[in-house]
Design a protein around this ligand. Structure first.
Ligand SMILES: [Zn+2]
Length: 104
């Protein structure tokens, strides 16, 4: 791992550092956030409606209130998503329920 290329970033909510390898949450850009928060931009895929502008925050227990906001890991350069199209955990579950509605 190259120390110059892999960096901690500030949590978008509490400002504490998010280190490479830490799990992260994503929040809509419309929510209050700290200066310097890393913003995740849309991918440009017009069909990816859930992949809207978001910012990165930590998942510390006193910062991230809902596990549903978990989205992946910070690798020091970018988000490594845990769900397709950069969805959060909550969005991925909601989407899956919608797709499987006929089976219920
Ligand atoms: Zn935080």
């Amino acid at each position: 791992m190259n120390g110059e290329d892999h960096k901690a970033i500030p949590c978008g909510l509490c400002g504490r550092p998010i280190q490479p390898g830490d799990a992260i949450a994503l929040y809509p850009i419309t929510r209050p956030r700290q200066a310097g928060a890393r913003v995740i931009w849309p991918s440009g895929e017009p069909s990816l409606e859930l992949w809207r502008m978001k910012f990165v925050a930590c998942i510390r227990g006193d910062c991230c209130k809902r596990g549903n906001d978990y989205a992946g890991h910070w690798d020091g350069q970018s988000l490594v998503p845990s769900y397709e199209n950069g969805k959060t955990h909550g969005e991925a579950i909601a989407h899956r329920l919608f797709l499987n509605r006929c089976a219920g």
